[in-house]
Design a protein around this ligand. Structure first.
Ligand SMILES: [Zn+2]
Length: 265
């Protein structure tokens, strides 16, 4: 069997048989495909460390009849920081799921590969905005980042007052069009600024004078919109959307607790 080398990121690793791992690999120059790492779960296997999920590595593979077979692995970046906590694991699982779903099997997409590599490195390093930047890059790359300049229905460029998100129009509607179409999904101006910054790839996304809670809230609202747009593009839900909701849930819990405390007083 002829073998070849390619740089990959492991986007999924599952137990297979007695001691094997069944991998989904996203290769820089070959796109997404499945491979088997035989005996990789045995303690002394040379494939053990390099066949874990989220690893970036150079793989030597052989083309089998149905699955590619992993021969050797040289790790480029193990992204060890991802394994430090559950939340980072969830975030990494979320970006990996998006790549597995938006990529087309065996079609190379080196740009998407670059976005994934950056996102995993950012998550591993503890970045707060690695995931939302990744989603914005993916939407831009797919050509479906929402229009931010005006109303997506009537093309008014100067929109006054609230804007409302419309899945159907893949963008934002002025309040008149939103009323007309029975849509009520107001999006705060701070979130629109965030989306604008993301589209332009700006370094500073959020007003530094805001509190941590406000920043979290804006990032989460922006994230929800981008996630929804990716799901609309896929015409399919994502399984891992909970990965980015942590902060808001804990804030809600906190608010409930405050309300309860207030009732008791
Ligand atoms: Zn309009």
């Amino acid at each position: 069997m002829p073998s070849y080398n390619t740089e990959v990121i492991v986007t999924s690793a599952r137990r297979y048989g007695e001691a094997d791992r069944l991998l989904i690999l996203f290769s820089k120059d070959r796109g997404r495909f499945s491979a088997i790492a035989k005996s990789a779960r045995k303690p002394k296997s040379s494939l053990r460390g390099g066949s874990e999920v989220f690893i970036r590595a150079t793989y030597q593979l052989a083309e089998g009849r149905s699955l590619h077979i992993v021969r050797q692995i040289e790790i480029i970046d193990a992204h060890l920081g991802i394994r430090e906590n559950w939340r980072r694991l969830q975030m990494a699982g979320h970006v990996a799921e998006i790549v597995n779903k938006v990529s087309v099997e065996k079609i190379p997409d080196p740009e998407l590969y670059g976005y994934l590599a950056n996102a995993l490195k950012g998550i591993s390093d503890g970045s707060d905005d690695a995931v939302i930047r990744f989603k914005a890059e993916v939407l831009n790359h797919l050509g479906v980042f929402p229009e931010l300049a005006g109303c997506a229905a009537c093309a008014t460029s100067r929109v006054k007052g609230d804007v409302h998100l419309s899945n159907e129009h893949h963008g934002f509607l002025c309040v008149d069009c939103a009323k007309d179409k029975g849509i009520w999904h107001p999006v705060p101006m701070s979130v629109l600024y965030l989306l604008h910054g993301l589209r332009e790839g700006q370094g500073d996304l959020i007003d530094p004078d805001l509190s941590d809670d406000e920043v979290k809230e804006i990032l989460e609202q922006g994230d929800e919109i981008l996630t929804m747009l990716i799901q609309v593009f896929l015409q399919h839900g994502l399984k891992t959307t909970g990965a980015t909701r942590h902060a808001r849930n804990s804030k809600m819990k906190n608010d409930k607790k405050l309300a309860k405390d207030a009732d008791n007083n």
